[in-house]
Design a protein around this ligand. Structure first.
Ligand code: ATP
Ligand code: MG
Length: 612
């Protein structure tokens, strides 16, 4: 994608803040964080004073969705625009829910979106440094920091039950109550913490808590938990640990160890910021980290209508079989959107257009379709496909063109705006497929396609059959239709109007209002076309505590057997097309097999049809 330069883009508060920090040299004095010799210290490398460092920190407990794309585009985009570095960091501190499968899928997806964590670094092997990290690589440091907090009287081991802890935390109206374990000595706490680490206490028997203020107006500062006991095999560290750090403790440390400058997150973390600051400042005072430390900055998350993005709900859709897996083309996961045919460019465009602010809001799903059309209109090759086929017989074909077996060569541009991309070649034959909706026995007002001769409703005078153009072919005149015993139309009959072929001097001699797309019966190839629609019927599926499954759209997926122009036989997986008059389609990346089994997914129609 051709990106405008940083200065040409609309400013937003994050850009202003970064520009201020760069101008003021906020991070110019940055040194290594951590203790020399730490894996963490080795990993991220020193920070160039003139650069920023951001990160995208997914937890590998599910597939990425369109909301994550916003965060990816923002973090990688800012690093790129300001000559900085963006880390891909797996926030893998919760082993029970995390899996290697998710790690792999996330790596794949961030690459697909067009971002890279490899950076030029003359000091690294091959001149490239990979900025992909795992929070679990910092478990040693995190534990060391926990002991340091205990020794300094800033943390204690609490052995209240979970219910007691919850009850003693208080609420907005009531201050919390100190735990009876709160005044243990550092030596007692250290011994107990080591027992926790050594597996001498059962799961859930104790937690390590920060000792801050049980009366704080901010509940996040009422002695938050730092470590819990959990015997769980970790996808990265195996069984080395039976205690795991809490997210709120781990995340600031991860940022600091990686020399992140701007730790950008969504607004729900705003109340956590005082703890983020407390923890890092305390660890700096204790000499485990160095100032200037990273700063947390919040922005409003991306909310798109007609989808859900909570991982719990996405998992429910998959596990209960409401969709066919994480990459079902109706899913708002990036794997699903990719399979549906959305391009990385369109998703980046949406992220850009949705802006960055402190005030949340909803963006209509159609914004994504608009971004897709804006991306593909100039790029996608065109093709003719008949989705709801009805046979059309040209009864004077032999008379005009020599024989019924004749194949009259026709051509159409690969792209109407790019003559240099050449022509598609196909043949007009005696029978062609047209869309069923292009024929009406008793036409309504304003219908300009095919209808047979009939009597005028008012006067009874005979009216001729209508004329329309077979696109890239001839003008035809409808003469009648064939029906089955039940009265259903099985074929349309028409005659070619001689000397009206597109591209010949006679083409303009006969003016018609209707133009019809078609595919030769003899040469067309069958294709399975999956017509997707929105997964939910309501713009905010889980608004007001509604059961989101109750507003699943029962018509979100439909499959038809269509006829495609012969050139589509060689379409490759993931190739995108504009099917003339129908919209944008992609060859399915899973089921489509070039030349043997054509499967296309409808990404979106040419216009927004949902609002009707
Ligand atoms: P979910 O809420 O769907 O379960 P999560 O936020 O718990 O997702 P993480 O893997 O922790 O998932 O998210 C990684 C990053 O993506 C975080 O920094 C988070 O703030 C960001 N993110 C998640 N959803 C959105 C969104 N809708 N808009 C912008 N950023 C988002
Ligand atoms: Mg999260």
């Amino acid at each position: 994608m051709n990106q405008p330069s940083a200065d040409a883009r609309p400013g937003h508060f994050l850009r202003h803040l970064i520009e201020h920090d760069l101008a003021a040299g906020t991070y110019a004095q940055r040194r290594f964080a951590g203790t020399p010799g730490d894996a963490a210290h080795q990993a991220a490398g020193p920070l160039d004073a003139a650069r920023i460092r951001t990160r995208f920190p997914p937890e590998p407990n599910g597939y990425l969705h369109i909301g994550h794309a916003k965060s990816i585009c923002l973090n990688f985009g800012l690093a790129r625009d300001y000559g900085g570095v963006c880390h891909l960091r797996f926030d893998d501190t919760n082993p029970e829910k995390e899996e290697q499968e998710y790690v792999d899928a996330i790596v794949d997806t961030v690459r697909w979106l067009g971002f890279d964590w490899q950076q030029n670094d003359p000091a690294a092997p091959g001149g490239q440094r990979s900025h992909l990290y795992y929070a679990s690589d910092y478990f040693d440091f995190m534990y060391r920091a926990a002991e340091a907090l205990v020794n300094a009287g800033h943390a204690y081991v609490d052995e209240q039950t979970a219910e007691q802890m919850r009850a003693h935390r208080g609420d907005f109206q009531h201050a919390g109550v100190d735990s009876p374990y709160r005044n243990r000595t550092p030596a007692e706490n250290l011994a107990r913490l080591r027992q926790m680490r050594n597996g001498e206490l059962p799961d859930g028997a104790a937690v390590l808590r920060a000792k801050i203020d049980m009366a704080s107006a901010n509940i996040n500062l009422r002695d938050p938990a730092l470590y819990r006991i959990k015997r769980a095999t970790h996808h990265h560290t195996g069984d080395r640990w039976c205690i795991y750090p809490m997210y709120t403790y781990a995340h600031p440390i991860e940022d600091a160890l990686e020399n992140i400058t701007h730790s950008i997150c969504t607004l729900e973390f705003e109340d956590q910021r005082p703890f983020y600051d407390w923890l890092l400042d305390t660890l700096c005072t204790l000499g485990l980290l160095a100032q200037p430390r990273p700063q947390q900055i919040e922005f409003a998350r991306l909310n798109l209508t007609y989808i859900v993005t909570s991982k719990r709900r996405l998992r429910q859709l998959v596990e209960e079989g409401h969709v066919n897996g994480w990459d079902d083309p109706r899913m708002p996961t990036l794997a699903g959107l990719r399979r549906r045919g959305y391009t990385p460019e369109s998703i980046r465009l949406l992220a850009e257009r949705s802006g960055v602010s402190k005030a949340g809001g909803w963006i209509d799903y159609s914004a994504l379709d608009i971004a897709l059309r804006d991306d593909l209109d100039a790029k996608a090759p065109r093709a003719c496909v008949v989705l709801d086929p009805l046979r059309l017989k040209l009864t004077n074909f032999a008379e005009v063109l020599g024989s019924n077996g004749h194949r009259e060569p026709c051509h159409a541009p690969v792209h109407p705006g790019h003559a240099e991309r050449g022509q598609r070649e196909f043949a007009l034959t005696q029978e062609v497929w047209i869309e069923r909706e292009d024929f009406m026995e008793a036409p309504s007002k304003g219908f300009f396609r095919l209808s047979p001769p009939r009597a005028d409703a008012a006067t009874g005078a005979p009216l001729p059959g209508t004329r329309a153009r077979l696109k890239y072919g001839y003008v035809i005149e409808c003469t009648g239709c064939e029906k089955d015993a039940a009265g259903h139309v099985t074929a349309v009959l028409a005659t070619l109007v001689p000397d009206t072929k597109s591209g010949t001097p006679g083409a303009d001699a006969v003016k018609v209002k209707g133009v019809i797309t078609w595919v030769s019966v003899a040469d067309g190839i069958p294709a399975e076309v999956r017509l997707y629609d929105r997964l939910f019927t309501e713009p905010q599926p889980d608004a007001g505590g509604r059961e989101f499954l109750s507003v699943l759209n029962p018509h979100s997926s439909r499959s038809v057997t269509a006829w495609a122009e012969p050139g589509l036989a060689t379409a490759q997986k993931e190739e995108k097309y504009q099917f003339e008059r129908h919209g944008y389609f992609v060859a399915d990346r899973v089921d489509h097999l070039p030349t043997s089994r054509l499967v296309f997914n409808r990404t979106t129609t040419l216009r927004d049809t949902w609002s009707k």
